[in-house]
Design a protein around this ligand. Structure first.
Ligand SMILES: [Zn+2]
Length: 219
């Protein structure tokens, strides 16, 4: 069986983690609109993650979709459907990471803080080290921030069993959302593949998340 692009990018990541440069900078010249390697990556927006560098993606290889957490919400699904059906990608790579800010708050806490709850403001200020300044206004948009399920942990805390369980659970949630979406084919000649990973920001290495797997606990 031919090696997938995902496997080749994992091999690049091993070189990257050892300090090798695997992404070539510079304008490559005129290229087609379709990603050359037929890959779409969904990753967290964390400033410590450079998706092109850590996978050795070259300009024109892949779509890169980034948001807080690398979560598969409505907009990521929208992008993936366009990416596959109109622009011919067939491998999806999901990347969450250690020390993610999405481990350090809950949707209710952030909403309460934004709306002016003093206890929430104080907690958010303590967690981030930044004075949390409420707007004292309500909003129904965004309806969700998609903070990761489970008890909140300190911002930028080192990896431990609990945080890895919470990260893996959210990777699986995202994979499930993609694999079960009626407009994303996962069997037959037009099928896409989906693989999920946790990137360790302290080592530069990607670790694969098994799917399916345990759904984790909230305790
Ligand atoms: Zn993150």
């Amino acid at each position: 069986m031919a090696t997938s692009m995902t496997d080749q990018y994992l091999a690049n990541n091993q070189k990257y983690a050892k300090g090798e440069t695997v992404h070539k900078p510079g304008y490559p010249g005129k290229q087609p609109i379709q990603p050359a390697k037929r890959v779409a990556v969904v990753a967290c927006m964390d400033a410590r993650i450079d998706v092109e560098d850590l996978l050795g993606l070259q300009t024109g290889d892949a779509h890169i979709i980034r948001n807080a957490g690398g979560v598969i919400g409505e907009d990521a699904i929208r992008c993936l459907i366009i990416s596959h059906h109109l622009l011919n990608t067939n491998e999806i790579i999901l990347i969450h990471h250690t020390r993610c800010g999405m481990l350090a708050f809950t949707d209710d806490l952030l909403k309460a803080g934004l709306e002016g709850d003093p206890a929430a403001e104080k907690l958010l200020g303590q967690a981030t080290g930044r004075k949390f300044t409420s707007l004292h206004k309500c909003s129904s948009n965004p309806s969700q921030f998609h903070a990761f399920r489970g008890p909140i942990q300190p911002l930028d805390g080192p990896r431990d069993e609990k945080s890895m369980e919470r990260l893996a659970w959210d990777v699986r949630r995202g994979m499930s959302s993609i694999l079960n979406h009626p407009w994303i084919p996962t069997s037959g000649p037009d099928a896409v593949t989906v693989r999920g990973f946790i990137y360790d920001v302290d080592t530069g290495k990607l670790e694969e998340v098994k799917y399916p797997g345990p759904t984790g606990s909230i305790g």
